[in-house]
Design a protein. Structure first.
Ligand code: KIV
Length: 283
C-alpha cells in the first residue's frame, strides 16, 4: 500500500493550524520504519550519530559521508516522514559552493528531503543560496553543539534578555533567508515562546520549553539506550535494560548449554544419518 509522503506545505500547515509538529532522529532502516509507523512528521539524520552510534565525545568528527551513509537506510525505511540530513562540522563553513555541493550530496546520494545547519545571521547567505537551488533548509540556533566550545560548553542559551534578543534576530535572519523551520536547542522557554510567536515558520524545540511549534528528540534518548542523555530529554522506554537482559540471557544460555535448543537445531533424516555413520566408519 502506498503512503503519502509528508511535504513542506504539510509541515507549514501544522503551524498555521496550531498543531504540534514531531521530529526524532534516526540513523538506520528499522528505526526509520518505526518512526513512520508511529506517525512522526519528520526525521533528522543528525550529527548526533557521532555520539549515540559512533561513540565520539562530540559531533566534530562526523563527516558528510557519515551522514549520507546513515541517510540511505533511513530513506529506504521511511516512506512518509520528511527526512532532514544534518550538515556536519565544516561542510558549510568554507564557501557557498561547498555548502551547495555537500547539501546536494546528502539529498542526491542519501535521499534526504532537506538539510539542517547550525547558525543564525552568519549562515543566512548560505541558507539563501541553498533555497535558491531548491534545497529546503532547517535552521538550528540556541545551543549549537558544533560550536559548543565557543559557546562555553553545554548550557542554556537565551537566559538573559540580551541573549534572547540575539537568538530572535538569528531566527528572523533564517526565516528571511528562506529556512522552512528552525530548531531551538537548549533555549530558555520564555525566549523560545517569544520567537515562536513572532516567526512565520515553525520552531522545533529541544530543551526549549513547551511553547515551540514542535519538538525534536534524539531517538536513543527516547528509547533510553544512550547513557549520557541531556537533562531535557525524556526517556519513553528503558530499552538499554531490555537489551542488556537479552544479552545476559544469551550469554547465560550458551554457557549453561541451553542454547541452541531443539527448536533452533536442524537434523538429518535417519537414512542420511546411517549413511554418514557408515562413511565415517570407513574413513
Ligand atoms: O544532531 C542532532 O541530533 C540535532 C538535534 C539535537 C536537533 O541536531
Amino acid at each position: 500500500m502506498s503512503v503519502a509522503k509528508t511535504t513542506l506545505p504539510d509541515i507549514l500547515g501544522k503551524k498555521r493550524r496550531g498543531e504540534k509538529i514531531t521530529q526524532v532522529t534516526a540513523y538506520d532502516y528499522p528505526v526509520a520504519r518505526l518512526v513512520d509507523e508511529a506517525g512522526i512528521d519528520m526525521i533528522l539524520v543528525g550529527d548526533s550519530v557521532g555520539m549515540v552510534v559512533l561513540g565520539y565525545e562530540n559531533p566534530i568528527p562526523v563527516t558528510v559521508d557519515d551522514i549520507i551513509y546513515h541517510t540511505r537506510p533511513v530513506a529506504r525505511g521511511a516512506k512518509k516522514a520528511f527526512i532532514v540530513g544534518d550538515l556536519p562540522f565544516l561542510s558549510y563553513h568554507v564557501s557557498v559552493e561547498d555548502t551547495i555541493r555537500n547539501s546536494g550530496r546528502i539529498i542526491q546520494e542519501g535521499g534526504a528531503d532537506a538539510v539542517k545547519l547550525e547558525g543564525g545571521k552568519e549562515v543566512a547567505g548560505k541558507v539563501k543560496a541553498l533555497v535558491d537551488v531548491g534545497i529546503p533548509v532547517q535552521g538550528h540556533i540556541g545551543l549549537m553543539p558544533q560550536r559548543a566550545t565557543v559557546l562555553g560548553g553545554i548550557s542554556v542559551q537565551g537566559a538573559t534578555a540580551e541573549s534572547a534578543a540575539g537568538i530572535l534576530e538569528d531566527a528572523f535572519a533564517l526565516e528571511e533567508a528562506g529556512a522552512f523551520s528552525v530548531v531551538l536547542e537548549y533555549v530558555a522557554a520564555e525566549a523560545a515562546g517569544a520567537i515562536t510567536e513572532r516567526l512565520g515558520i515553525p520552531t522545533i524545540g529541544i530543551g526549549a520549553g513547551p511553547h515551540c511549534d514542535g519538538q525534536v528528540l534524539v531517538v536513543h534518548d527516547v528509547f533510553g539506550v544512550y547513557e549520557k542523555a541531556p537533562p531535557f530529554a525524556r526517556k519513553y522506554a528503558d530499552l538499554r535494560g531490555v537489551m542488556l537482559d537479552a544479552l545476559k540471557g544469551f550469554e547465560g544460555d550458551v554457557t549453561a548449554g541451553g542454547f541452541p535448543g531443539e527448536e533452533q537445531t536442524f537434523r538429518m533424516d535417519q537414512g542420511e544419518k546411517n549413511k554418514l555413520d557408515k562413511l565415517l566408519d570407513r574413513a
